[in-house]
Design a protein around this ligand. Structure first.
Ligand code: SF4
Ligand code: SF4
Length: 187
């Protein structure tokens, strides 16, 4: 008996006092995703990466709003959203006690304004994502003279950009044909 007590004393405590005392988790623990709406640019990268469809984004072009939503009921705490988020707006925390009495508490939501196309006025991309792209270009050394041009470009919807490119392409083609005619006439 004495030998057994001695072995137990030597082994120490092999269980934790949880839930009577807080449970310490490791640095790599993947708990509840914490969302910082101020950091988020509504780029939708997390939604595309989420394997459990726990992240949803809805874009309403009429109201000019993109809605971001996380459902903790669907989340499998894989951490893919944290990996792909370009701004650190989503990070898995150490929190694991997620039981709620109200189902609505399992949802987190945020809304973001969309930028309107300078050419057609259609809402097309989150304002914060457009500004983020411009900030990255400036950070990468975009010259002051180019900022205005890029601001216009980034605030134009893909459809209008495509039309403008086609017109510019036609202009180049017409210019090329005129030059060709002029050269032919001279020859
Ligand atoms: S942790 Fe995984 S399942 Fe949960 S929201 Fe992020 S990507 Fe989706
Ligand atoms: S990836 Fe990050 S910045 Fe983009 S929508 Fe998700 S939380 Fe926001």
């Amino acid at each position: 008996m004495f030998k057994l007590l001695k072995t137990i004393a030597k082994a120490g405590e092999s269980t934790t006092k949880y839930p009577f005392a807080p449970l310490e988790v490791g640095d790599a623990f993947r708990g509840k995703p914490e969302f910082e709406p101020e950091q988020c640019i509504a780029c939708a990268a997390c939604m595309r990466a989420c394997p459990a469809n726990a992240l949803i984004m809805e874009t309403n072009e009429q109201t000019g709003i993109r809605r971001w939503q996380l459902s903790l009921a669907r989340c499998i705490y894989c951490g893919r959203c944290e990996e792909v988020c370009p701004t650190g707006a989503l990070k898995l925390s150490a929190e694991f006690e997620l039981a709620v009495t109200n189902k609505a508490d399992l949802y987190q939501e945020a809304e973001f304004s969309l930028s309107h196309c300078l050419a057609c006025d259609q809402a097309f991309a989150p304002k914060k994502a457009v500004q983020y792209s411009l900030d990255l270009l400036i950070q990468d050394g975009l010259g002051e003279s180019q900022v205005e041009q890029w601001t216009k470009l980034l605030n134009t919807c893909p459809e209008c950009r495509r039309k403008q490119n086609m017109l510019e392409g036609e202009g180049i083609l017409q210019g090329h044909m005129l030059t060709q005619e002029f050269t032919d006439e001279r020859n």
